[in-house]
Design a protein. Structure first.
Lengths: 192, 192
DNA sequence: ACTGTTATTGTACAACTGTATAATAACATA
DNA sequence: TATGTTATTATACAGTTGTACAATAACAGT
C-alpha cells in the first residue's frame, strides 16, 4: 500500500508557497512555469510530473475553496432555496440564511482572480457547478427533476451575476447589503 | 489623412482565414502564433505588429458577433425587458419577442468556443456586457438608475445561465423551446 | 537495515515566445 | 510620377515550453 510520499508533500508545499508569493504582485496568467519552479527551487521536470500548467496549481487551491463552499450549505441555516420561494417565503426571507456572500467575502482574494478578465473559464465553471449542485440538493426531495435543469442554471448564474457586480464594485458592499440586494432583486424581477 | 492601408487589409484577411481554418480541427487555446502565421503565410513579426496573442484575433471576430447582437435589439420586436415584467406582462409574454436565443443559435459555432472550458473569460464578459447594456437601455426611460445595477447583472447572467445549460445540452433545444424555458423559469422562480 | 519503488534532478532537444533592428516593399497622397 | 510614410520581411536573440532519458536520491514497507 502506498501512503503519501513525503517528497511529494514537500514539493507541492514549495509550489504552493511559490505561487502564493508570485500572485502577490503578478497576475496568474503572467506567471511562467519556469518562474514558478525557480521561486520554488524545484526542477522544472518535477513540476511537469505533477501538473501541466501553472493554472493547475491554482485549480488545486480553488478546489479547497469549493469544499468550504459546499460545507457552508450543511450548516444549520441552509442556503436559500430561491427556486422554491413562494410569495410568503419571499416576504419572510431572512438575509442571514444566505451563505454564499459570506463565502465569497471570506475568499475574496481568490474570487478577485477567478472573476477577473482574461482568466480561464475553468474556475468559473467550478464555481458554477458547485452552486448549482447545491441548488439541486436543496430542491430535489426524492427524485431528480430533469425538467428543472434550466431553472437550476438560470438561478445559479443569476446569483453569480450579483457576485460579478459585487466584484466590479470592488466588493465594497457588506455581506448583509448583498443579501438585501438579492431580496430586492427578486422583488424587482417578479414585479412585486 | 490616413485611409485604410491595403497591406493591412490583406494581412488581416489572411490571418482571419488562417484562424478560421485552424479552428476547424483545433481548440483556440492550442493554436500557436507561429502556427497561425505559417498558415497565413505572413511573418511572425507582422502578427505582433497588429496583435499580442491568438486570442486577440478571435476577439475581433467576436466583436462583430456582438454588433449583430446589439442590432437584434433594434428590431421591431424588441428584446424582452424581463426586468419590467409584471404579472400581466408575464402571462402574455410572446416567446417571439425574445431575440437572444435566435442570436446564439445563429452564431452557434462561436458560442461553442466562448462557453467552452479553459477559454479566456474575456469573451464571456464581452457577451455579458453586451446583454447588460441592452437591458439597461430597455429599462432606463430617462435617467440612469444606479440602484438597479445589481438587478441588471442578476438578470443578464441569469439569461446566460440558460444559454450555458443550452450549450451543455449541445444546443439541442429549438429556439422556441428555449423561449418557453425562459417563461417557465420566470414562473418557477417567482412561484407562480 | 535492507530492498524495491518512484519522485526528483540534470541534461538535452526542437519548437515557440516576445522583442528588437535594419532593409525593403507597398502604400496613400499630392 | 515623385515623395514621405509605414507595414512587412528577414534575421537575431534570450527565455520559455513540453517532452524524453538516464542517474540519483528519497521514500515506504518489510
Amino acid at each position: 500500500m502506498r501512503a503519501k510520499d513525503l517528497r511529494v508533500v514537500k514539493t507541492k508545499k514549495a509550489i504552493y508557497q511559490a505561487l502564493t508569493h508570485l500572485l502577490k504582485d503578478k497576475r496568474l496568467t503572467d506567471i511562467k512555469v519556469s518562474e514558478l519552479c525557480r521561486e520554488a527551487s524545484i526542477n522544472r521536470g518535477t513540476f511537469y510530473f505533477h501538473y501541466e500548467e501553472v493554472g493547475d496549481v491554482f485549480k488545486e487551491f480553488f478546489e479547497e475553496v469549493i469544499v468550504d463552499l459546499e460545507e457552508s450549505y450543511k450548516e444549520p441555516y441552509k442556503y436559500i432555496s430561491a427556486l422554491q420561494l413562494k410569495n410568503s417565503a419571499l416576504k419572510n426571507l431572512d438575509p442571514k440564511t444566505v451563505r454564499i456572500f459570506h463565502h465569497v467575502k471570506k475568499y475574496e482574494d481568490f474570487y478577485r482572480i477567478i472573476l477577473s478578465d482574461n482568466v480561464s473559464t475553468t474556475y468559473y465553471y467550478m464555481f458554477f457547478d458547485a452552486i448549482r449542485s447545491n441548488f439541486m440538493e436543496d430542491s430535489k426531495i426524492g427524485k431528480y427533476d430533469e425538467s428543472k435543469k434550466f431553472v437550476y442554471s438560470f438561478m445559479t448564474n443569476a446569483i453569480i451575476g450579483l457576485i460579478i457586480e459585487w466584484y466590479r464594485n470592488d466588493f465594497e458592499e457588506s455581506v448583509d447589503v448583498m443579501n438585501l440586494h438579492l431580496v430586492e432583486t427578486l422583488n424587482v424581477t417578479t414585479g412585486r
